[in-house]
Design a protein around this ligand. Structure first.
Ligand code: GLY
Length: 575
């Protein structure tokens, strides 16, 4: 009955939308196989040539169509990122930032950092009151929480490797915003649950607040966002970082003590970072360097467990989980002390991932003995969790892995009035005061203190794998500080436990981050393992799903298998 009602609702919207969309919809007219008002989720599929896996079916389908039209993985990535900003507003974004890791068909690696940066007026104590106490909200809610957005500058940098015109790549996103698309149940819930905060934090109502009872099958139209995207289409970078859009961002700042200026916007630059590479059981793993902590963490944790026969221990057993948690404990202790923006703080990356250091860190590890975080200090040297990840591999073997974020779900819940997009609350990823936990419970110190122009430490871990110097896997996930652990567990599932990509992605997860000294398990984690670990002395917490991992893998016959996480609306497409 409910299903039928939903179907009727969708159909009536189809009629409404058909009337609305009598004007030009160039992209969707030319690609009639993609229907923004009637689509379904595809969790796993094998394609002959090219594939995309992302948080939303429409974004994945757009990416696949772009590649079929002659674009490569970089073209597809731009269209996916911009479409996600429309169809997945909780994390897809133009008001946030991210990291792209790529390996082109010739084997060239690129780490592109389009992470948000602290505004020029930012300072170390900006979220502390006169008594030095941290504000509970200013680094998370409203314009005061925003770093300078990097996503649009990032996409123009990605375009250097693309084949098609940027104006073509942004067109699907414009049409999705202008003519609307049917929302999923998860999105409807998200918009309803956040409505009060949108209204409180923003200077004006917006498309998201047009209704208070969104439901699956409703059409979301975002005219202001469409206009912003058109300005970018027509004026390039200046369509976002200067002119009308910049004026609207700066105006929105005044509503809730934001400090981003026109100069901040004009001066924003993406940066190239040398990717972090290491080997694990005949797989060459490539991941993101600081200001992400992710690459270092997975390099440390995987090298810490490499001497052990993890396959023999089995997936999700007491033996394998204990070993993996003790590696997490040591690596995350280093995160809190030693990691930050390398342009502002000398991150000892080489040492942290060196064989000698890793060996020393595991010297006091005794299998079966429960570690204590109070006894583990950092080594002597030195995204609610929303973010989104997507992976693309094209027919030529170009691999792209992008993780992008507003930080929390729907960022700082502030929509730039007249421009229709959400701003990030990435400033909370800085350590606002030494030892004070951020929204993920992560602590930090000097390495990750606030300074003008500095990038806040991230956990985003876009990752690629080659085998015998051939492209193999593109993978990543959202989830704040749980991200590196999810990637670590996903890779161990694939490499040690020989799981399929989909099984590895859907497998139940655990998370330990040194402090708090507890291991969090997803609700469907094998009960027997959790109970024994508890009896052995581990402090255990149960929590809902974390992360939404998406990936594409190349099969031995050259086909591309794409898989989307069971935990969300994640969906794959290709050809
Ligand atoms: N805002 C989530 C991250 O960058 O780790």
């Amino acid at each position: 009955m409910t299903k039928l009602f939903l179907k009727l609702t969708i159909n009536s919207f189809l009629i409404v939308c058909a009337t609305v969309s009598l004007q030009a919809q160039d992209f969707f007219k030319a690609h009639a196989q993609i229907n923004p008002y009637n689509y379904s989720v595809v969790k796993e599929k094998v394609f002959d040539h090219a594939a995309v896996s992302s948080a939303h079916p429409l974004a994945s389908m757009v990416g696949a169509a772009i590649m079929k039209d002659g674009g490569n993985a970089f073209d597809a990535a731009i269209s996916v990122q911009l479409s996600l900003a429309v169809v997945f507003p909780g994390a897809g974004n133009i008001g946030g930032g991210g990291f792209m890791l790529s390996r082109d068909k010739n084997g060239n690696l690129t780490g592109l950092d389009f992470r948000e940066a602290a505004p020029a007026k930012a300072h170390k104590d900006m979220y502390l009151d006169e008594k030095g106490n941290p504000s509970a909200t200013k680094s998370r809610d409203g314009a005061s929480a925003s770093g300078i957005p990097g996503s649009i500058a990032g996409m123009f940098s990605v375009h250097q490797n693309a084949k098609l015109a940027f104006s073509k790549l942004i067109e699907p996103a414009i049409e999705l915003a202008e003519y609307g698309f049917v929302i999923t149940e998860k999105e409807a819930k998200g918009l309803n649950n956040t409505r009060a905060q949108f209204l409180k934090n923003s200077s004006a109502p917006c498309a998201f607040t047009a209704k208070s009872n969104w439901k699956a099958g409703d059409t979301l139209i975002q005219k202001d966002l469409a206009n912003t995207l058109r300005r970018i289409q027509q004026n390039g970078l200046a369509g976002f970082y200067e002119g009308v859009t910049a004026d609207l961002i700066v105006k929105e700042m005044q509503h809730s003590e934001g400090i981003i200026t026109k100069e901040d916007l004009k001066n924003y630059q993406p940066k190239i970072r040398v990717p972090l590479e290491f080997d694990y059981r005949n797989h060459h793993i490539i991941s993101f360097a600081p200001p992400s902590s992710g690459g270092i963490l997975i390099a440390q944790m995987m090298q810490m467990i490499q001497p052990y026969d993890v396959q023999k221990m089995g997936a999700n057993t007491v033996a394998s989980v204990s070993l993996m948690v003790e590696a997490q404990r040591r690596a995350y202790a280093d995160r809190a002390e030693h990691m930050g923006d390398p342009d502002f703080y000398k991150v000892p990356t080489k040492t942290l991932v060196s064989a000698k250091y890793i060996q020393d860190r595991m010297k006091d590890y005794v299998p079966g003995v429960v570690g204590k975080s109070s006894a583990i200090k950092a080594g002597q040297i030195h995204e609610s969790e929303q973010t989104t990840h997507f992976s693309v591999i094209d027919k030529e073997g170009n691999m792209v892995s992008i993780t992008t974020t507003l930080n929390d779900t729907y960022g700082n819940k502030t929509i730039v009035a007249g421009a229709g997009f959400l701003l990030n609350n990435e400033m909370d990823d800085f350590s606002i005061k030494a030892g004070v936990p951020n929204m993920y419970g992560a602590i930090g110190g000097e390495a990750n203190s606030i300074q003008p122009g500095k990038r806040m430490l991230s956990s985003m871990t876009p990752t690629l794998i080659t085998v015998n110097n051939k492209p193999y896997l593109s993978i990543g996930t959202p989830g704040g500080t749980t991200i590196p652990n999810q990637v670590y567990e996903g890779l161990v599932n694939i490499i040690d436990h020989k799981m399929t990509l989909k099984a590895a992605i859907d497998a139940p997860r655990f998370h330990h981050q040194w402090i708090p000294d507890a291991v969090a398990f997803e609700a469907d984690f094998p009960e027997a393992t959790v109970n024994t670990l508890k009896a052995n002395g581990y402090s255990i917490t149960k929590r809902g799903y974390f992360g939404r991992m998406d990936g594409v893998i190349i099969l031995s016959n050259g086909q591309r298998e794409a898989a989307g996480d069971k935990r969300g609306d994640d969906s794959v497409a290709g050809y």
